[in-house]
Ligand binder design. Structure first.
Ligand SMILES: [Zn+2]
Length: 98
């Protein structure tokens, strides 16, 4: 397997819990479903699963470790729901994992 090129983001970032790839920035979080799921308007270093589930979602996967980190609603563009459990950071912020 070749080396994966990942974008490095500036400032406070959410990273993949497993491989620490930069995935998103707090400014792109538009809503939160309690402490469990965050809705981002965009993500970095991710790709969508090819398969669409019966209820119209595609898995969002980390480009480096292929972990499934959330769900993308096919009928709802620019809405990326990410499981908080799969995110780490941002370092030093109130929102850093406990
Ligand atoms: Zn990862």
């Amino acid at each position: 397997m070749g080396r994966v090129f990942a974008i490095e983001l500036e400032g406070p970032v959410y990273t993949c819990k497993k491989c620490h790839t930069h995935l998103g920035v707090p400014n792109d979080v538009i809503s939160k479903n309690g402490p469990y799921e965050y809705e981002f308007t965009r993500l970095f270093n991710t790709f969508l699963a090819e398969r669409t589930s019966n209820d119209g979602y595609k898995g969002i996967l980390c480009v480096c470790c292929s972990s499934e980190i959330g769900n993308y609603g096919v009928s709802d563009p620019n809405s990326y729901w990410v499981m908080r459990d799969e995110l780490h950071g941002p370092e030093g912020s109130d929102d850093d994992e406990v």
